[in-house]
Ligand binder design. Structure first.
Ligand code: HEC
Length: 131
């Protein structure tokens, strides 16, 4: 056997025993590893549940701030949306959408949102403190 062949045979033997040892350790330690992984997964789930904030209602409402003020607290002559009753908000937006309520610009804005999105915005503005 040439020297280089001996080297490869030795490497394979060492490699195999190392793998066998590793697998043995893995099997012995399995319940502990699984237990730790389970803990990690539970921890991660709790963490993300606690910190997950749904930004969609605010993101949908942000373009409205330009006229109706930040968080719906208008400073000028525009109607204040902060703290507006959810049902009233939805009915106003539906009336703008259908054209039942006369408007200058709100027809255009209202038509850009689905009923579901209008409900999300209604919840957002209702939850804002009127200043
Ligand atoms: C370009 C300025 C402008 C923007 C942007 C705007 N609005 Fe308006 N909004 C108005 C004006 C002006 C009125 C009064 C009705 C009209 O003339 O269209 C109004 C009225 C309203 C009303 C009725 C309030 C009341 O008390 O009668 C609601 C509800 C409303 N807007 C919601 C929104 C929402 C939600 C958005 C964002 C999607 C929005 N507006 C974006 C200008 C704006």
């Amino acid at each position: 056997m040439a020297a280089s062949q001996k080297f490869w045979v030795l490497l394979v033997i060492i490699g195999n025993s190392a793998i066998a040892e590793f697998r043995g350790k893995l099997r012995d330690g399995c319940p502990m590893i699984m237990y730790r992984m389970l803990l990690a997964i539970i921890g991660l789930a709790l963490f993300s549940a606690a910190y997950a904030v749904d930004n969609r209602p605010r993101n949908l409402s942000a373009p409205c701030f330009a006229c109706h003020g930040t968080d719906g607290n208008s400073e000028g002559g525009m109607p204040v949306l902060a703290g507006m009753d959810k049902a009233l908000f939805v009915s106003q937006m539906s009336d703008f959408k259908s054209g039942a309520r006369p408007a200058t610009v709100m027809h255009q804005h209202a038509r850009g949102y689905t009923d579901e999105e209008i409900k999300l915005m209604a919840g957002f503005f209702e939850a804002q403190k009127r200043k």
